[in-house]
Design a binder for this molecule. Structure first.
Ligand SMILES: Cc1cc2nc3c(=O)[nH]c(=O)nc-3n(C[C@H](O)[C@H](O)[C@H](O)COP(=O)(O)O)c2cc1C
Length: 203
């Protein structure tokens, strides 16, 4: 099968991308509105961008041509928190993807606990084993209306790691058991890890 992207509509192109880029990590992103309302939403077009300083990026697509609350909030106050989603939080994470009105506090709606952040205004999710407090670096738009995607890059200004998953600079992935997003509405667990050393050219 050969497919020319020009022959695909947005939906078809999206379905192929989310099936080809698997598994994707899920950033459960906490922001706060200008009125102080807490917002939570999952984003799986999410990746690391730089390690020193640490930076992450996520892509927020338009919804029916309109900016999502997450993007509006980050544009308004330049701060967000990425919460890593472990298996026990999967249902709550999915709940936050519902199309809530801007005035709804999505921590409460999903039954997640707001914990004050150290360096940014948005709270982190207390259930997350790892959270990253971020400050906006840049927003870059791609595509054309109504399908514009805004790639949001943030610098991590504070790491939170629960003692249970972190020891001597190493994360216990079995304990973290982060959820991965696949194509369609499919997910995977990431507790099943294996080690493979890189080939060394000097031997
Ligand atoms: C697992 C998962 C991953 C998602 N990834 C993205 C994404 O990468 N980009 C995006 O724009 N929407 C993504 N969505 C949809 C948003 O979470 C959804 O539109 C949400 O309602 C946006 O909330 P907000 O308006 O509060 O920002 C995803 C949904 C789920 C369930």
């Amino acid at each position: 099968m050969e497919l020319d992207p020009a022959s695909l509509d947005q939906r078809e192109s999206y379905q192929l991308l989310i099936s080809a880029i698997v598994p994707r990590p899920i950033a459960l992103v906490a922001t706060i509105s200008e009125d102080g309302v807490a917002n939570l939403a999952p984003f799986s077009f999410f990746t690391g961008v730089c390690s020193k300083p640490p930076m992450v990026g996520l892509s927020v697509v338009r919804r029916r041509g309109e900016k999502k609350d997450t993007l509006r909030n980050i544009e308004a106050n330049s701060e967000f928190v990425v919460n890593v989603v472990s298996a026990g939080m999967a249902q709550a994470m999915n709940q936050t993807a519902a199309d809530y009105a801007p005035e709804v506090d999505e921590f409460s709606a999903a039954g997640l606990t707001q914990v004050a952040s150290l360096r940014v205004r948005p709270s982190r999710a207390g259930e997350s084993l790892i959270s990253l407090e971020c400050r906006l670096v840049e927003i870059k738009d791609f595509g054309k209306m109504p399908y514009i995607s805004s790639f949001v890059i943030g610098e991590v200004v504070q790491f939170h790691l629960k003692d249970a998953v972190y020891e001597d600079g190493v994360v216990d992935f079995g304990m973290l058991n982060a959820v991965g997003r696949m194509g369609r509405d499919l997910y995977c667990h990431t507790g099943d890890v294996f080690e493979m050393n890189r080939p060394r050219m000097d031997e």
